[in-house]
Design a protein around this ligand. Structure first.
Ligand code: URA
Length: 259
C-alpha cells in the first residue's frame, strides 16, 4: 500500500469537507461579551425556570411511533418519525427535515444533514448549497420536484458539525426505509460523509467517485457535496463529469426501461 498516496487522499478529503481555510492561518480575536441582562418577567413567566431561548428549543412538535417500519407510504413514514427524539439532535433541532420530492422518483439524492436554513424551513437543500444543487440538477435535465432529496440525518447537527457515528446509526434506518418506499433506480450521494454512511464504507472520495456501487439493486454514484463546491470551485469540473456519467446511465438504463 502506498502510504504517500493514502496521506494525499486523506488530506484531499479534509480539504473537501472543511475547505481551504483549514490550511490557512486563522487569527482569532476575543470579543468582550456584555453581561447578560436577566429580565425578571421572563423568569417568573416561565414554569420551568428556563430562559425563553432554551424553552423554545425544547418545545418540539411531531409524532414518533415505534411501529414506523410498517409505514407503507413516504407520507405515512414522515408522520410516524417526525417527532423523533432517539438522539440528542432531536433536542436542538428547530425542524425535522424528512426529505422532499417525488415519492415515486427513479432518482434519489442523499446529502449529509440539514444546515441552518434547512433546520429553519424543514426542507433539505434550501440554502446556498441547495441552490447550487438545483442548478446542478437542471444542468443534467432533472427538476428538483422529479427527484427525491433526503439526508443521512434528519436533524441539524449544531454548528454544522458532521453528524457523529451514534447519530448516524440512529437515523440511517429512516433513510433506508425511505429508499425502500421510493424505490429509486439510482442514487446520487453528495459528499464523503453521506457516501461512507450510506454505503457502510470507509473510503476516500477519490476512491469512490467515478464508479457505480450497487446497494440492494440500486445504482449509487458518489460526487462532491455542493457546499464543498462553493468553497472550492475547482472541484466543479469533477462534479460535472460525475453528474454527466449519472445522467448517461439514467438515459441508457432507466429511461429506456421505463419507456
Ligand atoms: N447539506 C446537506 O448535506 N443537506 C442539506 O439538506 C443541506 C445542506
Amino acid at each position: 500500500m502506498n502510504l504517500k498516496k493514502l496521506i494525499i487522499e486523506a488530506l484531499t478529503d479534509q480539504q473537501l469537507m472543511y475547505g481551504d481555510k483549514l490550511y490557512q492561518q486563522v487569527n482569532y480575536t476575543v470579543q468582550e461579551q456584555p453581561e447578560p441582562i436577566i429580565e425578571e418577567a421572563v423568569v417568573t413567566n416561565n414554569l420551568f425556570g428556563l430562559t425563553n431561548e432554551r424553552e423554545d428549543k425544547i418545545v418540539q412538535t411531531g409524532n414518533y411511533s415505534e411501529d414506523w417500519q410498517s409505514a407503507t407510504t413516504v407520507a405515512e413514514l414522515n408522520e410516524s418519525i417526525n417527532g423523533c427524539q432517539k438522539c440528542p439532535l432531536g433536542k436542538t433541532r428547530n425542524k425535522f427535515v424528512f426529505g422532499t420530492g417525488n415519492p415515486d422518483a427513479d432518482v434519489m439524492l442523499v446529502g449529509e444533514g440539514p444546515g441552518a436554513d434547512e433546520d429553519a424551513q424543514g426542507e433539505p437543500f434550501v440554502g446556498r448549497a441547495g441552490k447550487l444543487l438545483t442548478d446542478i440538477l437542471a444542468a443534467i435535465n432533472f427538476k428538483r420536484e422529479d427527484v427525491f432529496i433526503a439526508n443521512i440525518v434528519k436533524c441539524r447537527p449544531p454548528g454544522n458539525r458532521n453528524p457523529n457515528p451514534d447519530e448516524i446509526k440512529e437515523c440511517i434506518p429512516f433513510l433506508k426505509k425511505q429508499i425502500e418506499l421510493v424505490k429509486p433506480k439510482m442514487i446520487l450521494c453528495l459528499g464523503l460523509v453521506a457516501a461512507n454512511s450510506l454505503l457502510g464504507k470507509k473510503l476516500s472520495l477519490t476512491k469512490m467517485r467515478g464508479n457505480f456501487f450497487v446497494m440492494d439493486g440500486v445504482k449509487v454514484l458518489v460526487t462532491y457535496h455542493p457546499a464543498a463546491l462553493l468553497r472550492n470551485p475547482n472541484w466543479k469540473r469533477g462534479c460535472w463529469e460525475d453528474v454527466q456519467l449519472f445522467r448517461k446511465y439514467y438515459d441508457e438504463n432507466v429511461v429506456s426501461n421505463n419507456g
